[in-house]
Design a protein around this ligand. Sequence first.
Ligand code: SAM
Length: 236
Amino acid sequence: MSSVLDKMGMKNFSEYITLIKKRDMNQITTLINKLTTNHTFFYREDNHYKFLKEVILPEQEKNNKTKIINIWSAGCSSGEEPYTTAMAIDDYFGIRKPQWSAKILATDISQNVLNKAAEAVYQEESIKNLPPTWKTKYLKKIDGGKYQIVQQIKNEVQFKIFNLMDPMPIIHKNKYQVVFCRNVMIYFDQNTKNELINRLYEAVQPGGYLFIGHSETVQRDKSNFKYICPAIYQKV
Ligand SMILES: C[S@@+](CC[C@H](N)C(=O)[O-])C[C@H]1O[C@@H](n2cnc3c(N)ncnc32)[C@H](O)[C@@H]1O
């Protein structure tokens, strides 16, 4: 943070806090970008993608006559999570994919990470967990040893800035078959987590699923979600 103060020619934190209290939006955005931990990578927590492939997508094929799937990646960081999800769906349906509309809304509080997500260019380190066939199908090697997501996958993901502490009516335009809210609640106290989980419950379709991070929990007596297996819950 001291680099931010230096850049602005401020002597101390009190001056800075005064500016934040005046709700200077530029400063609030800079503060959010500095405070949030954005660490993420492709194919994080592979049991989620296994569950998507072996349980959720077969259920959709069997029961979802509309062939419309809505997924929300809440706290998507720089895009690795929603792009992995789009790849998993494309890989599962294969040549049947054009019969389906599977859209992913990806939101985050930080504009910095969303800009990176929209650019869709990644270092080798970030993609190392992806199955080799997915690397071939869904990534294009570009200059500097980096990788770009192919347009077909980019088209499936829409990025939007959204603070999970805000009311959710815009997000609630659709109900979601799957909500990813992984490694985001680390920022919140227990009451805030419980409230957020209850609001996510409203966003999930009956029969739909919530994925959280493996170090996170849903307090069972404070939520209607049914525990399925570690880090996976269902709205029954
Ligand atoms: C550690 S990353 C996790 C990214 C991804 N979900 C994963 O598991 O790999 C946490 C993300 O949550 C975002 N975040 C933190 N607080 C948030 C809030 N109140 N609303 C929306 N996003 C938030 C951060 O900006 C960050 O990009």
